[in-house]
Design a protein around this ligand. Structure first.
Ligand SMILES: CC(C)(COP(=O)(O)OP(=O)(O)OC[C@H]1O[C@@H](n2cnc3c(N)ncnc32)[C@H](O)[C@@H]1OP(=O)(O)O)[C@@H](O)C(=O)NCCC(=O)NCCS
Length: 276
């Protein structure tokens, strides 16, 4: 294995660092111009209580994490809008270290929760979020961002799971200390029929079930997870093994250290064009 240069994580402080993050954002998500998070958002995000952490390999940006502040029912939390690691640096713990930097900052400021969204069909992210970080999920938003032309989204609806990372919960503290997940009683298993790693679908006009297995897989997860969450279950683990990767669900009320969010689905905020 080639030796990686030393990685240093530090807060982003200059315009040049923000611009490097935007360069990495473009490379990772391949967003069209309309969807690129611009320099001004990075600036204002930090100015109002968010944060930016950069992972540097010498003068090369290996990754970054950017969060903005959120408020729900009078409680502050951080919404981690983007965590990205450059392809050449993946699977070497850089993403994990960026998340730990986010957690330390939240704890230092007395913020108990960091949230973010992720695509339910992406097994890699499900493993990273649930198994490696100890996040839990009890909300699902169908087509959260509306249509996306990003190649990473493969022409699929932008369905998103909402990860909740209760940074001081016994689950997270124990996992980070011992590298082993507590095992609550699993009430239900929702299998992923296609983890979406290989089925790139470039245009939305290709989206027809059953011709597009990635879409079929997403709609299956949408139905199953919405149903499970509506019954008070939450996703606590991802079984990554092929051929049947799966979300494992437990009773949300049995989880300790998890607080102020009602289970269930967020009301849609943005109307789709056809409804406007
Ligand atoms: C998600 C991301 C930030 C992770 O960064 P990273 O530096 O690779 O993260 P780490 O090395 O700390 O951990 C990656 C884990 O995923 C695992 N993994 C990688 N590919 C996988 C796959 N196809 N299925 C399951 N797990 C996978 C790795 O084995 C590792 O877990 P392990 O330590 O238990 O072995 C990075 O992949 C990325 O930038 N992805 C594109 C942007 C994105 O999706 N951002 C996050 C939105 S939630």
């Amino acid at each position: 294995m080639t030796q990686l240069p030393q990685i240093e994580i530090r807060p982003g402080r200059s315009f040049a660092e923000i611009d490097a993050c935007i360069g990495l954002q473009r490379a990772v998500w391949q967003y069209p111009e309309l969807d690129v998070v611009p320099r001004r958002m990075f600036v204002v995000g930090q100015a109002i209580g968010g944060h930016l952490f950069c992972a540097w390999a010498g003068d090369q940006l290996a990754g970054y994490a950017f969060a903005i502040p959120g408020m729900r029912e009078g409680h502050p939390y951080l919404h981690s809008h983007m965590v990205a690691v450059a392809e050449a640096f993946r699977n070497r713990g850089v993403g994990y270290r960026l998340k730990l930097a986010q957690r330390e900052d939240a704890i230092a400021r007395g913020i108990p929760l960091i949230e973010w969204t992720f695509d339910p069909t992406q097994g890699r992210n499900a493993h990273f979020n649930l198994n490696k970080l100890g996040a839990i999920v009890r909300r699902y938003s169908p087509d959260f961002y509306g249509p996306s032309a990003s190649a990473i989204h493969r022409g699929l609806p932008t369905d998103r799971l909402h990860a909740e990372w209760w940074v001081n919960s016994s689950r997270v503290v124990g996992l980070l200390r011992d590298r082993s997940l507590p095992s609550p009683s699993i009430q239900r298993t929702v299998t992923v029929t296609n983890t979406g790693q290989s089925s790139f679908v470039p245009t939305s006009d290709k989206l027809r079930v059953p011709e597009n297995p990635a879409l079929e897989s997403m709609l299956h997860l949408r139905r199953q997870l919405l149903d499970a969450f509506s019954q008070g279950l939450c996703a606590v683990q991802f079984r990554a093994e092929e051929p049947q990767p799966a979300y494992l669900l437990a009773d949300a009320s049995s989880m300790t250290g998890i607080d102020f969010l009602p289970a269930g689905v967020d009301a849609p905020v943005w109307r789709k064009d056809e409804e406007a």
